[in-house]
Design a binder for this molecule. Structure first.
Ligand SMILES: C[S@@+](CC[C@H](N)C(=O)[O-])C[C@H]1O[C@@H](n2cnc3c(N)ncnc32)[C@H](O)[C@@H]1O
Length: 312
């Protein structure tokens, strides 16, 4: 079926109507919303402008709207088409080389802010393993104003995007981005280590939604046969790199909490908990520095001993 192309003389209202019709014949979930967002992105308009001035013409935006429509119909997320994504209130650049940062990943930032509530002004050291676009690192450095951060990614192209974002967020003076595998060559201690690692089972990657399987890098998704490879690598390494009183926070997928808590226990973390996302799903596993937890136990044991022997 031949499609009506948009022209410079097409009005916003006509364009919206044509776009909704085209999107309705596709797999897109909410064609009206998708059409509004795509039109506004292509014409660089706030949504209110579609209501306030429906008769204004597309002009030079027509060709861009046609390109965006074709790409969106092929399943490419709008964020990837425009190369931008908002995360924790920050406008980040994204590219085909990085995972499109997800709103649920903000649960790690929320958990960090809560766990470090009394230490917001300290010169914290933060490590982000699998930094991708830099979303987590940038958000954390925005929250902890005196913190410094290191982001590591195995993908040089992803690391480049993270560098661009730290620069654009004016955080480059406090952030370093390196290419490498997890903590190889990294020297601690760190007060906070975060990671949103690849956690999809290899056998399930090809059945993910096409927005994900075709447009997020496989390196960001494939977590090995049981989806847990990255956690098995990260927990023992983080245990060595955490400062006393430090926290490791990792994102998990639905149903992985039990297995990841067990990996944390095996790596020696005595204090472990989960944090839920806005949908109420267990989304983050938090584990406190082995040395702190041990130190705390020893401290309590010594105090008990002192109390026992004090009356004598
Ligand atoms: C799920 S993405 C997370 C990206 C970003 N932190 C976020 O939350 O949006 C996982 C990232 O881990 C990186 N990665 C995969 N294996 C890695 C490894 N062995 N060492 C370091 N990074 C790795 C991928 O390249 C990808 O950027």
């Amino acid at each position: 079926m031949s499609e009506t192309r948009f022209g410079a003389g097409t009005s916003r209202a006509e364009a919206l109507k044509l776009l909704v019709e085209r999107f309705r014949r596709s797999e897109l979930d909410d064609p009206s919303r998708e059409a509004r967002l795509t039109l506004c992105a292509a014409a660089n308009l706030p949504q209110a402008a579609l209501i306030a001035e429906p008769d204004s013409l597309l002009g030079g935006a027509a060709a861009r709207l046609e390109e965006y429509a074709v790409r969106r119909l092929s399943g490419e997320p709008l964020s990837k088409i425009v190369g931008r994504r908002e995360f924790w209130g920050l406008a980040l650049s994204i590219s085909p080389d990085v995972l499109d940062p997800r709103p649920e990943t903000e649960t790690i930032v929320e958990a960090a802010v809560a766990l470090f509530a009394g230490r917001r002004q300290e010169r914290l050291c933060v490590l982000d393993l699998g930094v991708g676009s830099g979303a987590l690192l940038c958000a954390l450095l925005r929250e902890f104003l005196n913190a410094r951060g290191l982001g590591v990614d195995i993908s040089a192209a992803a690391a480049e995007v993270a560098r661009r974002n730290t620069l654009a967020c004016d955080l480059d003076g406090r952030a370093e981005i390196r290419v490498g595998s997890w903590t190889d060559g990294v020297v601690g201690p760190f007060d906070l280590i975060v990671s949103n690692p690849p956690y999809v089972r290899t056998s399930e990657v090809d059945s993910l939604a096409r927005e994900v399987r075709h447009f997020d890098p496989r390196l960001a998704l494939d977590g090995g046969i049981d989806g847990l490879d990255a956690y098995r690598a990260i927990f023992p390494q983080a245990a060595r790199l955490l400062a006393p009183d430090g926290w490791l926070l990792v994102e998990i997928d639905a149903g992985q909490a039990g297995a990841v808590l067990a990996i944390a226990a095996k790596a020696g973390f005595l204090e472990r908990s989960t944090h839920r996302d806005l949908a109420g799903r267990e989304r983050v596993v938090a584990a406190r520095s082995l040395r702190t937890a041990l130190g705390q136990r020893n401290h309590e044991r010594d105090n008990r001993h002192e109390r026992v022997i004090a009356p004598d």
